[in-house]
Design a binder for this molecule. Structure first.
Ligand code: NAI
Length: 335
């Protein structure tokens, strides 16, 4: 059956890594059809708006999107289109695997195989209720955590663990200080965990988690946490396994899912063919899993690992002298 996927080429290095990823997918002959849709700065230039209705409609119709990174200005300007997409489609589960890969500039070339499951629709990260006084001296932000939001993300993490044979979940929180918001998340997590007696569950405060991840990452299997903590922790995990160029992420809801790289638009290397396409390629692997094609997803991941093992056409972030498309072609050649 032909599956149509909404493709968002994004900003900065986005178009380059998308071309590379589609080259790899095409070489797998999966019968995928692509429907181009615009978002971000490119959409602003072409259509005068950052997130056109046609893009939302395409994702709604297809239920699946592959998305390159989008620019969000720092400290001022428009709000994040990524956050808007996650909220519009209620993509409540952000799933970010981090696995050791061969021949990466990593402190941990093996031993790491963890998944961060991050709540994607609530908490401080979504920037609700942001305001600043006229004199610019005092800024405020609302942080809302709900029982419903906490329960469904923790349940998602436990169901994922069950489905893929993971043994242990670490609930990451800051309930010692943030007694209401993080406190509610932890309370609900304990209730859900009791319904999965076969999966070990432990609790860890977020600052200690950061230290433990750097010193003994092999102790983690699945991490479940709130939005902002998950954002930071998953980049930390990407750093443990060789950098952002290798870190994919899935945003999953009931009716739609968007697959992407964890990294941003990398304006410092955009347009030079230097970007590592692996994160988005591995995001496409998560998409194949989601589409019920786990064998194809495994085939894709094995080709990435084999290319890293052979040190073939690696991009400069991995110490090679290849470029975005030559790296993708080397992966496609190993499928
Ligand atoms: P960034 O992830 O774009 O870049 C951080 C560093 O990692 C840079 O040195 C960059 O060159 C490098 N890097 C990132 N991806 C790479 C790749 N595939 N290959 C090789 N090197 C890579 O983060 P930054 O600079 O903080 O953000 C830039 C823009 O991206 C901002 O507007 C931010 O809001 C946006 N962003 C978008 C995301 C998304 O659309 N999902 C996620 C994160 C940031």
């Amino acid at each position: 059956m032909t599956q149509t996927i909404t493709v968002i080429r994004g900003d900065g290095i986005g178009p380059e890594i998308m071309d590379a990823t589609l080259h790899v997918l095409d070489s797998m002959q999966l019968g995928l059809r692509y429907e181009d849709a615009d978002a971000g700065l490119m959409a602003l230039e072409k259509h005068g708006e950052l997130l056109p209705a046609a893009t939302l409609e395409s994702i709604r119709r297809n239920g699946i999107a592959l998305k390159s990174p989008l620019t969000t200005p720092v400290g001022e300007g428009f709000s994040s289109i990524n956050v808007a997409l996650r909220r519009h489609f209620d993509l409540y589960a952000n799933v970010r695997p981090a696995k050791s890969f061969p021949n990466t500039k990593s402190r941990f070339p093996d031993g790491i195989d963890l998944i961060t499951v991050r709540e994607n629709t609530e908490g401080a990260y979504i920037g609700e209720g942001q305001s600043i006084t006229e004199d610019g001296e005092t800024a405020t932000l609302m942080q809302k955590v709900t029982r419903k939001g906490s329960e469904r993300i923790v349940r998602y993490a436990f169901d994922l663990a069950r489905r893929v044979g993971r043994k242990k979940i670490t609930v990451v929180h800051k309930a010692n200080i943030l007694k209401t918001t993080s406190g509610l998340f932890l309370k609900v997590a304990r209730e859900v965990a009791a319904q999965y007696p076969e999966i070990e569950c432990n609790e860890m405060i977020v600052d200690n988690t950061c230290m433990q991840l750097v010193m003994r990452p092999e102790q983690f299997d699945v991490i479940v946490t709130t939005n902002l903590f998950g954002d930071i922790i998953s980049d930390l995990c990407a750093g443990l396994v060789g950098g952002l160029g290798l870190a994919p992420g899935a945003n999953i809801g009931v009716d739609a899912a968007i697959f992407e790289a964890v990294h941003g638009t990398a304006p410092d290397i955009a347009g030079q063919g230097l970007a590592n396409p692996c994160a988005l390629i591995l995001g496409a692997g998560q998409m194949l899993d989601h589409l019920g094609r786990p064998d194809e997803a495994t085939r894709l991941r094995k080709a990435v690992v084999a290319t890293l093992e052979a040190k073939d056409a690696l991009t400069p972030d991995l110490g090679g002298s290849g470029n975005t498309m030559s790296f993708a072609k080397a992966i496609a050649g190993r499928l």
